[in-house]
Ligand binder design. Structure first.
Ligand SMILES: [Zn+2]
Length: 392
């Protein structure tokens, strides 16, 4: 019942946004609001988009993967084409020069980014970007590149789905504590599984979650499960080929760790490690970083600067204005549903409003903020967080 209600709210909200987007688009109000906002921020805006996986067939992939990270190749192409109507799509380096005031942009600019280093970015996004002559950045967790390892969130989602299919509750799978306690916490109220997963990642330390994934796979006979090819990590050859074209490799920790949950000393170690491994793999300096789950702190930002990084992106859904802190860059996370309007069909009006932040301005969409206190603590146990964020 709770799930049904949640789905109903989701559908209603989508129809609401879709209807609002249509009205705004065809009345010309979108362009007007955008001009007002540009004046308010004192210059051109920089929009940074975040994608994860780009798949051939969304419906087919939905059955076997964490669907809220996926966008279909055709939809992705449409996004870029619509974006090019209103923005110049530039490299992150160029976007940074607009933000620090050393370059004046003629139009609003946008930068395309991908998180997590999935193989189907090479197979399905790269050809589109080459075709449309669009540069970008791909943020890679260094412990996965060039391996066949699956990311923790994909493993946990597969395990949660198997639990639900088999009708197993948190106590019945027998993973022991603290995992059992965490599962009871996040499955409370029987939420959609993607919401339970977001709660796990937002509230508990990443190393503990990887141990929970091991235990669940063992109890649920998932250890030999072969994931879809596109869900596997990129190889070093693929990363170097994309880099040579203009899709730079950025860093995303070593183990896809939410660094604000770790002691600062451990966070520093992991930042240094991922930078060294990635630079060895792509054979050039790696200077840009993406915070996992979008969570950051003053201490983590300082550690990045000390290691030689020059920028870091969050998942705070807002446009960037000149003068912004380059270690707290805002990003809009998009997937297949982001441009699904009334009845779920692709809506150009809706995605155009997303790119212009029209819905944000009208308070139809609120950003989830990622700033957290610096964790100097010695226990290594993070405080429980209330907020739920988009994946970073
Ligand atoms: Zn990520």
């Amino acid at each position: 019942m709770e799930r049904l209600k949640a789905r109903a709210i989701q559908v209603a909200r989508r129809a609401g946004k879709g209807a609002a987007a249509l009205a705004l688009h065809y009345s010309g109000a979108r362009e007007f609001l955008s001009a007002v906002q540009r004046r308010a921020v004192g210059g051109r805006r920089v929009l940074i988009l975040s994608y994860h996986r780009v798949v051939k067939d969304f419906d087919e992939e939905e059955k076997r993967s964490l669907f809220s990270l996926n966008i279909e190749q055709q939809t992705f192409r449409r996004h870029l084409e619509v974006l090019q109507e209103s923005h110049d799509i530039v490299s992150l380096e160029d976007a940074l020069t607009v933000l620090n005031g050393t370059r004046q942009a003629a139009r609003d600019v946008a930068t395309i980014t991908f998180d997590d280093g999935y193989r189907d970015v090479y197979a399905h996004a790269f050809p589109v970007m080459r075709d449309l002559r669009v540069p970008g950045v791909i943020y890679v967790p260094s412990g996965f590149a060039g391996t066949e390892r699956r990311l923790g969130h994909d493993r946990l989602f597969a395990a949660l789905r198997r639990m639900r299919e088999r009708g197993l509750g948190p106590m019945a799978v027998g993973v022991g504590n603290p995992g059992e306690r965490w599962l009871i916490d996040v499955l409370g109220g029987n939420p959609p599984l993607e919401v339970a997963l977001e709660r796990l990642i937002a509230r508990y330390p990443t190393p503990g979650l990887l141990r929970l994934a091991d235990a669940l796979e063992d109890r649920l006979d998932l250890a030999c499960h072969r994931p879809p090819e596109g869900e596997l990590p990129l190889s070093w050859e693929m990363l170097r080929e994309m880099d040579a074209y203009g899709i730079l490799t950025g860093a995303h920790t070593a183990e896809h760790t939410v660094l604000t949950h770790q002691r600062l000393d451990d966070a520093r170690r992991e930042i240094a490690q991922c930078k060294a491994v990635l630079e060895r793999g792509v054979r050039k300096p790696v200077r840009h970083f993406a915070y996992c789950n979008g969570y950051y702190s003053a201490g983590v930002a300082q550690a990045l600067k000390a290691e030689g990084f020059v920028s870091a992106v969050t998942t705070e859904d807002m446009p960037n204005a000149p003068g912004i802190d380059p270690f707290a860059l805002k990003r809009k996370v998009l997937w297949e549903a982001s441009s699904a309007g009334i009845l779920g069909f692709y809506s150009k009006a809706l995605i155009a409003c997303q790119f212009e932040n029209t819905l944000g301005m009208l308070a139809l969409q609120r950003p989830v903020m990622g700033a957290r206190p610096t964790n100097f603590g010695s226990s290594g146990r993070p405080e429980d967080e209330q907020g739920i964020s988009a994946h970073g």
